[in-house]
Ligand binder design. Structure first.
Ligand code: MG
Length: 216
């Protein structure tokens, strides 16, 4: 199928932020007396933009987190990103190839613009993604995935019908959002078990980003 727009998720798809973010999140929770492994952090929180951490701690431990937990966790993660953040394997090559072929693409992330900007700058992907191609949940009143609003906003901003878009996502929430928007979605399985992405409605799966180039 000839898609007219490829929409990329950011964290875990274009920038390799998830291992760092979850190492710090799980470490901070453990430090506060809620022992959490890296694997548990991926399982519970990946693709949730940190919004349900309070709920999981309440459910698993009948505990509560400090009011400033999210802000302090973000500070720690930002500090780590300044040291060690990189693009995911082949992200730079694939974006460059899409540009070369003249295939429109953009980025749509539930994260805030400040977070997205930091990750793109650190990962060296900014030349591929000028601000007019970067969409955040902040642009749709903070309504992140799994709601379809962000993907619909990105497509409309670039003048493409939802049915002509292909989304690349690594989290069940992202897949749900794409399907709710009426878009095809490739599940990227580098960090997420394929069955969770298929269960959420992924219309295809890729293990490596360059496989995308054969699907458009
Ligand atoms: Mg993601």
């Amino acid at each position: 199928m000839a898609y007219k727009l490829v929409i990329f998720d950011n964290d875990g798809v274009l920038v390799d932020s998830e291992p760092t973010a979850h190492r710090i999140l799980s470490g901070y929770l453990t430090e506060l007396g809620y022992p959490t492994t890296l694997e548990e952090s991926f399982h519970y929180f990946l693709g949730n933009a940190g919004r349900n951490v309070h709920q999981v701690v309440a459910d698993r431990y009948r505990g509560t987190l400090p009011e400033d937990f999210t802000a302090r966790c973000h500070d720690r993660v930002f500090a780590a990103f300044r040291e060690e953040l990189a693009a995911t394997p082949d992200a730079d090559t694939v974006l460059g190839e899409l540009r070369r072929r003249g295939i429109p693409y953009c980025l749509a992330s539930s994260s805030d613009h400040a977070w997205i900007d930091l990750t793109l700058d650190r990962a060296g992907l900014r030349p591929h993604l000028p601000t007019e191609l970067v969409f955040s949940a902040q642009d749709v009143n903070g309504v992140g995935k799994p709601a379809p609003d962000l993907f619909l906003h990105a497509a409309a901003s670039l003048g493409v019908a939802p049915a002509d878009c292909l989304v690349v996502e690594d989290s069940p929430n992202g897949v749900l959002a794409a399907r709710a928007a009426g878009m095809d979605v490739l599940g990227y399985t580098a960090l997420m078990p394929p069955q969770r992405l298929t269960a959420a409605g992924a219309t295809g799966l890729i293990e490596r980003l360059p496989e995308l180039l054969d699907r458009i």
